[in-house]
Design a protein around this ligand. Structure first.
Ligand SMILES: [Zn+2]
Length: 235
């Protein structure tokens, strides 16, 4: 597998929509990563679809069992309870279904030193979220994937959030991809559901449209960025 340069990720559990739009990944020769929550509640059909996505070379990994805010839960119940109730059952439920890889994405992007220390001991990489800067700080999301860090920042590219359209920041995103191509640094992006605009907004989703997703993956491909799943990262 090629060393990844673009790490496109999707969070939560809209498996039917991810699967329905998998042709968008294929068309751009992109492999991506799905960070799945509530794995114990997957239907057999959803499990089959995730297995098919995994067979296509995409990475399936944990987003927590109940999508908990890690630092908040640890403050209330302790680190051991967090690992026992949120982390271990999630990876176990993935493994029972023949799914999973040793990576994790923090729900809400919420993390701190204690959760990072505990989770980087268990996972190869943990993904956080970053501010969606519109100025020069946007390139702060770029990382040396061969470096020492295992805590990966990521930029959100959903077009809508909870029923409200996000600001159109595609020019900034293209500048980030340009800089990734110029420097060789890696870039991780995240989205949630894949849905058409009217549907995503009406239903209050965090979502990207298939068209926008295609645009981003094509832009990466045109710049020569290898779009691979987390499985392609060094351990
Ligand atoms: Zn989430």
């Amino acid at each position: 597998m090629t060393q990844p340069q673009l790490l496109m990720t999707f969070d939560d559990c809209t498996v039917d929509h991810w699967f329905a739009h998998r042709g968008v990944f294929d068309d751009a020769s992109a492999r991506v990563t799905f960070f799945v929550s509530h794995v114990d509640r997957l239907t057999d059909d959803e499990t089959d679809k995730l297995q098919a996505l995994q067979r296509d070379g995409h990475t399936i990994a944990s987003h927590g069992l109940r999508h908990l805010d890690g630092p908040h839960y640890v403050a209330q119940h302790g680190l051991a309870a967090y690992l026992e109730h949120e982390i271990e059952p999630s990876t176990a439920a993935l493994a029972e279904r023949g799914l999973g890889h040793r990576d994790f994405a923090y729900p809400y992007g919420r993390h701190d030193r204690a959760t990072d220390d505990a989770l980087t001991a268990r996972f190869s990489w943990v993904r956080t979220t970053s501010v969606r800067h519109l100025d020069g700080r946007a390139t702060q999301v770029l990382v040396d994937l061969d470096g020492r860090t295992r805590v990966l920042p990521s930029r959100g590219i959903d077009v809508g959030r909870r029923g409200v359209a996000n600001l159109d920041d595609r020019a900034t995103l293209l500048a980030v991809l340009d800089e990734s191509a110029r420097t060789g640094a890696g870039v991780c992006l995240y989205a949630h559901d894949i849905a058409d605009s009217h549907q995503g907004l009406a239903e209050g989703r965090n979502f990207i449209t298939p068209d926008r997703l295609r645009e981003v993956l094509t832009a990466a491909q045109e710049r020569g960025l290898a779009a691979e799943g987390f499985e392609g990262l060094p351990d």
